[in-house]
Design a protein around this ligand. Structure first.
Ligand code: 1HN
Length: 374
């Protein structure tokens, strides 16, 4: 916490620059006793020239975390823990349990035959499957089977529960939620399902069969929710789409070949507060640096590479997770000259866009690459 008594002065026309005097200090004390304050003592701090993220760039290596996540299965049951998760804690955001900015993320594990009870909350969530067979998620009665690199939505207000079938293997996945944001907005509700579990009310994987047909939409559909009806996005068609698109485009200098996961009804983000994408870096590709508002959490879904964030290089391999804070310079590289590399990402960009807060800037005149700080 910064000291409230510090006077944040700047010697720039138009900015607050009032020197403390004994008289003013006494005046500030009098205001404070009335739960008030002089704006010029804090104006420069609360109106930074540009976003100042409290988050720091972090790389969470899967090879370091995986055994600890698996060990949690010997320490707590899903019944006792609610959700058995090791969460990712950004050193700059420990007070709000965020992985970066206003986003939460964690690694959840379930063994074959385990189920986690059904609940609902105002936070929106997604999960990205890292390993294992037999995982499923049920969202408002729609059961979805899940494999590695599939991603599934559990939007704001939906009843959701997870499990792994008895003939499956231990499953690990990454959760992503907007909990810190919803808590900051003081709008979070939570409810446990009265039966602890919900009935499956539709044929298994019906959302994919109904809404997952490219360019085709069911006649007379009646989806009335503000989130995507296609609750699951499978890896197979996603990777195929990236490869197909890569054949006909140069891609973006900053993002290479990037496809956003969208709500097929609107073409917009999958949920109101969280967006997601999958990006392909061609063999040897190294993008130019840019920065934008909005926080992003990446998981390496395929291959090996590196990301330079504000001059700091992070080398990642498959299943590693890293974050890029808002307004931080970043560029991505594929470390292989033969294999492609894919990055799954989720972000609060829908919030930035819908509130008119999105801004983007190229590094250098047209987008250069950063000097790496040793
Ligand atoms: C939650 O509902 C899940 O549904 C995972 O698996 C992590 C962290 C905080 C609050 C709710 C889940 C969560 C969560």
């Amino acid at each position: 916490m910064s000291n409230p008594k510090v006077n944040h002065r700047e010697d720039v026309a138009g900015r607050a620059n009032v020197q403390d005097t004994p008289e003013l200090l006494a005046y500030y004390d009098q205001l404070e006793a009335l739960d008030a304050g002089a704006l010029w003592t804090v104006a420069n701090k609360i109106e930074p020239w540009q976003p100042k993220s409290a988050s720091v760039p972090v790389l969470w290596r899967y090879r370091d975390l995986r055994e600890h996540v698996l060990r949690s299965t010997q320490l707590v049951t899903p019944e006792k823990a609610g959700r058995r998760v090791v969460y990712l804690s950004n050193p700059g955001r420990r007070d709000v349990s965020a992985a970066v900015g206003w986003l939460y993320s964690g690694l959840q594990v379930m063994n074959p035959g385990e189920v986690a009870s059904a609940h609902a909350h105002s936070a929106s969530a997604l999960r990205f499957i890292m390993e294992g067979k037999g995982a499923y998620t049920i969202v408002d009665g729609h059961k979805m089977t899940l494999g590695a690199n599939d991603f599934v939505l559990t939007p704001n207000g939906t009843w959701h529960e997870h499990g792994v079938s008895a003939d499956g293997t231990p499953c690990l996945w990454q959760d992503g939620l907007d909990i810190p944001l919803v808590n900051a907005l003081e709008a979070n509700f939570y409810a446990v399902h009265e039966d602890k579990h919900q009935a499956v009310g539709f044929p298994v994987d019906d959302a994919t069969a109904t809404w997952g047909n490219p360019g085709l939409r069911p006649s007379g559909d009646s989806w009335r929710h503000p989130y995507s009806p296609l609750l699951k996005y499978e890896w197979g068609p996603t990777y195929e789409a990236l490869q197909r698109y890569a054949k006909v485009t140069e891609g973006s200098p900053f993002d290479a070949i990037l496809l956003n996961y969208v709500n097929p009804l609107t073409g917009g983000p999958v949920m109101q507060t969280i967006g997601a994408s999958m990006q392909l870096l061609r063999p040897g590709e190294h993008t130019k640096a840019h920065r934008h508002t909005g926080s992003v959490i990446y998981q390496a879904a395929k291959g090996k590479g590196y990301t330079i964030i504000n001059g700091q290089r992070f080398d990642w391999q498959e299943r590693d997770i890293f974050c890029v804070p808002s307004w931080a310079w970043h560029e991505h590289g594929n470390a292989s000259d033969r294999e492609d590399a894919c990055l799954f990402a989720f972000s609060d960009l829908p919030v930035m866009n819908s509130l008119g807060l999105y801004r983007e800037e190229a590094y250098g005149e047209t987008g250069g690459q950063q000097q790496v700080i040793a």
